[in-house]
Design a protein around this ligand. Structure first.
Ligand SMILES: Cc1cc2nc3c(=O)[nH]c(=O)nc-3n(C[C@H](O)[C@H](O)[C@H](O)COP(=O)(O)OP(=O)(O)OC[C@H]3O[C@@H](n4cnc5c(N)ncnc54)[C@H](O)[C@@H]3O)c2cc1C
Length: 497
């Protein structure tokens, strides 16, 4: 079969789609606006240090699931996986609580911390064990499931139904407020936004504790480069530094190729849009063609939330690891209306190549509310120097927080870089600089998956994390693979890839 596919976007979704296209005997061409592929799964070098942008955990890193098979087939796990001893440690008012890889150990720690919450603690830990046994279906798209597939999947689905039943009508904030101890409340919302569905925390921590949240060695950029190598090895073509500006259509409306910013027209039998959906609809195609569920998500921003981050990376003039993993701290930035009050601090001691010998690297992530994007974007648009100055000012405040928490760092920290939601917007065309897809809330309703096909644009398949809220690397990869199976089905071919 010699079908030509043009894939817009060389992030993880586009790369996975490209690999499976080549494996299925089609010839794919990926067009990527940046000079490095990987999209948000990236990292960069500064003064001998490597700053990793993405990988904190990867669902599917443990053998035995369909998702793991995808990661293994595309080469994501070739360098091995680091299994942290704990998911994160939350601190508040001088107390600390660790989410260990061993749930029973966490349960003991929680019971010692807050005996008054004993019943809820046991209940939540039981839900985490249940959540950790739910695996996302990744073998084939749901619309292709046969009756037998449905029966086979029902055991998995039943676990999810059971979990959701126990958490009916709740979001993560409600779940946190079942507990009286402020640190337990903080720990639950430290990773999952308060408005996210209540199953988010039990599934996230449960997956981690089940050993399925490891970190592929070498970091995000190296992972993406392994996918690039696999794709090219299979004969795929990758055009870097080539933004697409239009999806071209036949008189009947079907996708027939892509025009690049440099004027080149790439003809194709199919187009896969694996870029941000705000680019697909608004730049590549008229916005009015937007898939209806997606359109609802953009419109109902209160029910489908987006979040961003301010981040800073510091060189540490010391050889000893500082945090030994992710540590969540309280900060008081009350004068900044768009800033959250918790930060994640992380060293990369598990990646000795990320810092020169005798040094460490510390990264700080400050969660921001949606309004942060407008604030930073307006500043960036008006005055680049003022934007840089504000970044440095906020980074200096965060440095002070680090020095207060770890006094041994005084005089040993040096800012390497800081970045904002605008960075993701500029680099990846990410909608309002968000790093995942829309986060459904308890008000979103139960159906929130956009359709990957548009009736009025045949031969266009939508992929990328935005097709599978709330996004993340697994969503990106699964949608990339599914895009190829969707083409194969349309061509009447076997969807086994
Ligand atoms: C700070 C941070 C931490 C994260 N941590 C984790 C984590 O620990 N675990 C996890 O699972 N996920 C994590 N994520 C999320 C994960 O990075 C994303 O879900 C995933 O990388 C999205 O992949 P994608 O291919 O769907 O989209 P993208 O990465 O956005 O890729 C889209 C690509 O399209 C390109 N593009 C855009 N417009 C055009 C155009 N007009 N023409 C050509 N190309 C175009 C972009 O440059 C980009 O390369 C994190 C993200 C961030 C930012």
């Amino acid at each position: 079969m010699s079908l030509d596919i043009v894939i817009v976007g060389g992030g993880i979704s586009g790369l996975v789609a490209g690999i499976y296209a080549q494996r299925a005997g089609m010839s794919a061409m990926i067009v990527e606006k940046n000079h490095v592929a990987g999209g948000e799964c990236t990292g960069w070098d500064r003064e001998g240090f490597h700053i990793d942008n993405c990988l904190h955990w990867l669902v599917g890193s443990k053998p035995g699931s369909d998702l793991h098979r995808i990661w293994a087939e595309v080469g994501a796990l070739d360098t091995g996986v680091h299994q942290p001893e704990f998911m994160y440690r939350s601190e508040l008012d001088g107390e600390s609580l660790t989410l260990w890889a061993d749930i029973d150990r966490t349960e003991k720690e929680l019971l010692a911390l807050s005996p008054a919450d004993a019943d809820n603690i046991r209940w939540l830990m039981r839900l985490c064990k249940l959540g950790g046994s739910v695996m996302p279906p990744a073998e084939k798209p749901g619309e292709m499931w046969s009756f037998t597939d449905v029966i086979m999947m029902s055991a998995q689905m039943n676990k999810l139904v059971k979990l959701d039943k126990e958490l009916a009508g709740m979001d993560t904030r409600d779940l946190a407020y079942r507990f009286s101890h402020p640190l337990i409340r903080a720990a639950i919302t430290d990773f999952c936004p308060p408005e996210s569905l209540a199953n988010s925390f039990p599934m996230a921590y449960g997956n981690f504790a089940a050993g399925d949240g490891g970190i592929p060695r070498g970091g995000s950029r190296a992972l993406a480069q392994r996918l690039v190598a696999k794709y090219k090895e299979l004969g795929g073509v990758l055009l870097l530094g080539c933004p697409a500006v239009k999806i071209e259509r036949t008189a009947e409306g079907a996708a027939r190729g892509v025009t690049l910013k440099d004027g080149r027209y790439l003809k194709a039998d199919y187009v896969i849009a694996a870029c941000d959906t705000s680019v697909t609809f608004g730049t590549l195609l008229p916005k009015k063609l937007m898939e209806p569920m997606l359109a609802r998500m953009y419109k109902e921003s209160k029910n489908f939330r987006i979040y961003g981050m301010f981040q800073a990376a510091f060189a540490v003039d010391a050889a000893e690891p500082i945090t030994h993993g992710d540590v969540m701290l309280e900060v008081n930035l009350g004068d900044i209306p768009w800033a959250g009050n918790r930060i994640t601090v992380k060293d990369f001691a598990y990646e000795p190549d990320f810092a020169p010998a005798g040094k460490q690297l510390l990264q700080v992530m400050l969660g921001t509310h949606d309004a942060a994007f407008d604030w930073w974007y307006e500043l960036y648009r008006r005055d680049h120097a003022a934007y840089d100055a504000e970044k440095a000012k906020l980074a200096a405040r965060l440095q002070q927080v680090l020095e207060e928490r770890w006094p041994q760092l005084v005089g040993k920290l040096r800012l390497l870089d800081s970045w904002t939601p605008v960075t993701y917007h500029r680099y990846c065309n990410a909608y309002r600089g968000y790093n995942q897809a829309f986060t459904p809330t308890k008000k979103s309703g139960k159906e929130f998956y956009p359709k990957p096909y548009l009736n009025n644009v045949p031969r266009l398949i939508l992929a990328g994390q935005w097709m599978s809220p709330p996004g993340g690397l697994p969503a990106a990869a699964i949608q990339g693979k599914f895009a190829i199976q969707r083409i194969l089905q349309r061509e009447g071919k076997s969807i086994k890839v």
